[in-house]
Design a protein around this ligand. Sequence first.
Ligand code: F6P
Length: 546
Amino acid sequence: MLEAWEALAHIGHEQGNLDIRAQFESDPERLARFSRQAAGLTLDFSRHSVTPESWRGLLALAAAAKLPQAIQQMLAGEPINHTEGRKVLHCALRGGANKSLAENELVESARQRMAGLVCSVMTGERTGYSGEAFTDVVNIGIGGSDLGPAMVSEALTPYQQRLNLHFVSNVDPSHLVNTLKGLNPATTLFVVASKTFTTLETLSNARAAQAWLQAAAGADCTLSDHFVAVSSNVAKAEEFGIHQESIYPMWDWVGGRYSLWSAIGLPIALAVGWDNFESLCEGASAMDQHFSSASAGDNLPVILALLEIWSVNVLGAQSHAVLPYDQNLSQLPAFLQQLTMESNGKRVDRDGHSLERASCPVVWGAAGTNGQHSFHQLLHQGTQPVPVDFIVPMQSHNPLADQHTHLVTNCMAQARALLYGKSLEQATQELRDAGYSEDEVVALAPHKVLPGNRPSLTISYDKTTPYTLGALLALYEHKVFVSSVIWQLNAFDQWGVELGKQIGVEIYREIEQRRKGERGASFDPSTEALLAQLLNSTNNEVVEGF
Ligand code: F6P
């Protein structure tokens, strides 16, 4: 492995600041060499800063990391999440590249129950306390129990059927209060989504939602039909008051950020119908098949990961922008942030030794064209390299005049501007042509230079359908896994998020004590100052219920 890293570093050193534009000129085959298709997606990475030589070096690194074996270990259900002793089987949730897993049966029976629920809610067979059909579904969950379903439900807006979907995640009461404003309690169904059923934010919001319903329905009214839970902790969900038959399973072999294909995806199925949810899973399954069978050089997730390795470990990139040119995919960057950064934001390898190289970059982005009028300035003229993924459908669900053509045109223009930039000569000539004096030309021209040669790739497809979206999401899931294999870290735990939760509990306990006039723990001066400010605030009374 070390040898492959050193060879790659050497190639990077020799290559220096590769002129990608010159590569296109010297290699007429470059586009064909560096583009591939699978599961309805076309990946063009010819505008990335790779050469045939660096590509060979990256493939050698993947081989040295024993990538094919790692992929098969995951699919076979080996406990590759070794710090928690867990299997990693999200692929089994969508048809599975491995037909012989015992878990497939559990998945099948859960899917039948999910389909039954979707049917009974959508047809109005399951009703609320007044006997009226549900009109609104509020998903209460956070992290993986929120971001995936929220992102996909919005992405598939054109497929939305009868029910209106809402998502509440933040413990900030404004999130719940703002969401419930205008909803009719009698026709609102809550999905309480929490793998552990111990998450503070979710339980606080679920309790408040219960109080909101009870206040509207009357103290004696039974509200069980208004609540559905998705959890691997059935006892806790029951303790909360949700009936066993309304609890849908999650398993420890599905990570929260990989769980939208499980019952965590119920809000998606309720929004777009069961057939569309299945189609989403089929798209993901097609990508799973591709991932498990294509050779590394033709394998889309492997290619994305190798480009990430090149960007981070050779070019020194510290961040990565994902820019979907599709308004309905505007929540994709937030979803990818959790998927990527909670998975690979790690500092030790699988054996617990400090990593010798940088790992996960900061992932960020927004839907184009909006970002163009905001942070693209940094992409074009900032001092740090930021590789960009452009994601673009060729057709719109809402053809309106030539707006979609403008959207795609802008995507193409941004990729070209990143690559070709504007030279000092061009800037100078433009200013002269515009009639500026020579002094003004000299002063202004440097500000107008875009160095160009900034790497990007494009993922294009016909239309954002459930199937293509499923394939796109599975592509990124597997990319994250491949990067983790090469960095030799565990992508499926998230110990780093625990400390803040523990400290939060300690501080909260102390606040309760001080409210009673007692004092226990003391903290650093900065925390103490904030505590004093909170306790002195008049807006700090605890209000029970709605
Ligand atoms: O705190 C992080 C985290 O554990 C995520 O990994 C997870 O997706 C989220 O919290 C929600 O957890 P749960 O589904 O158990 O409520």
